[in-house]
Design a protein around this ligand. Structure first.
Ligand code: ADE
Length: 228
């Protein structure tokens, strides 16, 4: 799988992909993440990638030209399954979308900035618009890091314990049950007895009950299949 990220701030994406599970997935060639600086595709002397909004108003707008140029170049090199634009007014990202994206071959992620991007980019160049939540970031880079992280850990082989990605919160519309590790007694704060019993059927039943309890309390909508 390959993810191409288009940004005017590539530096912001250096660290998130250089550690732990994502780095290992890249090193093991399970995933290729390529960050492109949109400025490199500007024909402008000042490498300008934004301009004033037609009709006036505050804030600069990202221009279509360098974005079109880079997307066309990438599309000539390979076929893309999705070209995603990150924006607070997009479809809310969730585990189901992450699952679907993790099955794709090639994805482009375009990070928005400033007041927005020329509407013609949205109308003609991209295939879907995604938001990571109802709040406004300074740009799409952190959202791109979050989405990429979610996708990569679902790629087979990225996580050493294959089953653990599947038992995550949200995979089955249930929040995850509590987990404990040693010591069994810390400061008098003890681990539930059942987890020390060695009875795997009882432990699974207990985990399911706890997951249900947590979901009812914190996210009751999930039980009706509502991910919001
Ligand atoms: N860019 C700015 N805010 C964003 C958000 N909430 N989700 C995705 N991209 C964004």
């Amino acid at each position: 799988m390959r993810i191409d990220i288009l940004t005017i701030l590539p530096e912001l994406l250096e660290s998130p992909f250089n550690h732990s599970i994502i780095k290992r997935a890249i090193d093991n060639k399970l995933i290729d993440i390529v960050v492109h600086n949109i400025r490199d595709y500007s024909t402008n002397k000042q490498r300008q990638v934004d301009d004033y909004a037609f009709g006036g108003g505050a804030g600069m707008v990202m221009t279509i030209e360098p974005i079109h140029r880079i997307i066309e170049k990438l599309k000539q090199e390979r076929k893309y399954d999705e070209i995603v634009f990150l924006t607070p007014d997009g479809v809310r990202f969730n585990q189901q979308i992450a699952n679907r994206f993790s099955t794709l071959q090639n994805i482009i992620i375009l990070c928005g900035h400033y007041k927005g991007v020329d509407q013609r980019v949205r109308d003609h160049l991209i295939t879907c618009e995604i938001s990571i939540g109802d709040y406004v970031l300074t740009g799409g880079e952190l959202a791109a890091a979050i989405i990429t992280d979610c996708i990569v850990r679902l790629v087979p082989g990225a996580i050493s314990d294959e089953t653990s990605a599947l038992s995550d919160s949200f995979q089955d519309y249930l929040l995850a049950p509590p987990v404990y590790t040693r010591p069994a007694d810390y400061n008098g704060w003890t681990v539930p007895e059942i987890l020390l019993s060695g009875n795997h059927t009882d432990i699974e039943d207990w985990r399911y009950e706890k997951a249900l309890e947590r979901t009812k309390k914190l996210r009751p909508g999930l039980l009706d299949g509502k991910i919001d």
